[in-house]
Design a protein around this ligand. Structure first.
Ligand code: SF4
Length: 358
């Protein structure tokens, strides 16, 4: 999502007459498009901001901006503007405003109250990769998983109009792009103009100049065999499915508010393997969620072995301020999180090797 948002911001700025440079050292303006999903991502940005001190205009954009709002200036006094994900359309105007003012480096501007993005921002025609476009189909999320900050920083789930998505896809294809990834926090719940996600996939598959397309990310609770049928039958649709497990302990899944059980998840992956022959299955796992006992961890460890994902992204839980899980003590010691992380990582490496061989 942030890759696409950065392209959108770049496209808006190019349209407004700004230029992109290769290295931040050569820039007059540095904009950091940020992620708040884990503490580590935020730590990296706070230290990166401090590096740019020599009279540049500095902007903090994205989820951290939304999270910290004007308080971001206390952590980063050299910052000039703070803009949340729903307000990125305002960035060219903010910069022009700052540049008009002689005392720019003293000024602080923040925009974090926006609710919706104007549709035009997706039609600047700028793509980083000349062969591959990322297309946002839904913004925000209304699932409120207990550990996740996304619904707070990106707002409730909103779907882009079917016709607007198709128009953007056609514009990308006209530019010579032949690969597209559809993006949303939960693509499976997509609905607009009487069409659902499967309708969108069918329409995409029928695009003449499109060679290949894929989607990210699926929520297991909204994933079903109809999606797998579409994956098996649409020839341009990638057979890769990223299905975040997070935990295989029903007790922990319940506290995470994931709305599925271990058995449901296992059955879903069995159906996927049966229907989508030769598909690639990947996942996300969090270790050390509050209350995760050795027994809970063992269930996750065992299920990963059973499912044999082609790749798994393993994260050590870090509390995100404002989330439901943050109100519960972060009671798994750091050392224990690291041990569980290492155990799963080692197992996953050997499983992925075996999968690749077969
Ligand atoms: S589905 Fe859950 S984990 Fe994914 S973005 Fe929404 S709240 Fe976060």
């Amino acid at each position: 999502m942030n890759v696409r948002d950065t392209e959108v911001i770049s496209g808006l700025l190019l349209k407004a007459g700004f230029k992109l440079v290769e290295k931040p050292d050569n820039a007059d303006i540095v904009i950091l498009n940020t992620c708040s999903v884990r503490q580590h991502a935020e730590d990296v940005v706070w230290s990166e901001i401090g590096v740019h001190k020599n009279g540049k205009i500095i902007g903090l954009v994205g989820c951290m901006a939304q999270n910290y709002k004007e308080q971001a200036f206390q952590r980063a006094p050299n910052g000039n503007f703070v803009v949340g994900p729903s307000d990125i359309a305002k960035i060219p105007h903010i910069l022009k405003d700052l540049l008009k003012d002689k005392g720019i480096l003293e000024r602080k501007i923040w925009e974090t109250d926006g609710l919706n993005r104007p549709e035009e921002i997706y039609h600047t025609g700028y793509y980083n990769d000349k062969n591959h476009a990322h297309l946002v189909i839904s913004e925000g999320c209304s699932n409120f998983c207990a550990y996740c900050v996304v619904p707070y920083v990106r707002g409730p789930e909103r779907h882009r109009r079917f016709t607007d998505i198709i128009k953007e896809a056609e514009q990308a294809l006209d530019k010579g792009i032949n690969k597209i990834t559809l993006l949303g926090q939960n693509v499976n719940s997509y609905k607009s103009e009487n069409a659902d996600f499967k309708e969108l996939l069918k329409r995409m598959n029928a695009m003449k100049d499109l060679k290949e397309f894929s989607f990210l990310t699926s929520h297991p609770k909204d994933t079903d065999v109809k999606l797998f049928d579409a994956m098996a039958s649409l020839d341009k649709l990638s057979k890769w499915l990223h299905l975040p497990l997070q935990s295989a302990s029903d007790r922990i899944l319940k506290s995470m508010k994931r709305n599925y059980t271990k058995d449901y998840f296992l059955d879903l992956t069995k159906e996927y393997r049966k229907i989508v022959k030769g598909g690639t299955l990947t996942t996300d796992v969090i270790v050390g969620f509050p209350g995760e006992a050795e027994k809970d961890f063992q269930e996750t460890f065992d299920l990963l072995k059973k499912i044999r994902f082609d790749a798994a992204y393993i994260f050590k839980y870090s509390p995100r301020p404002g989330t439901e899980a943050d109100r519960t003590p972060d009671d798994v010691p750091q050392k224990e999180k690291e041990r569980r992380h290492r155990l799963i990582l080692d197992q996953q490496r050997s499983l992925a090797k075996k999968n690749a061989k077969s």
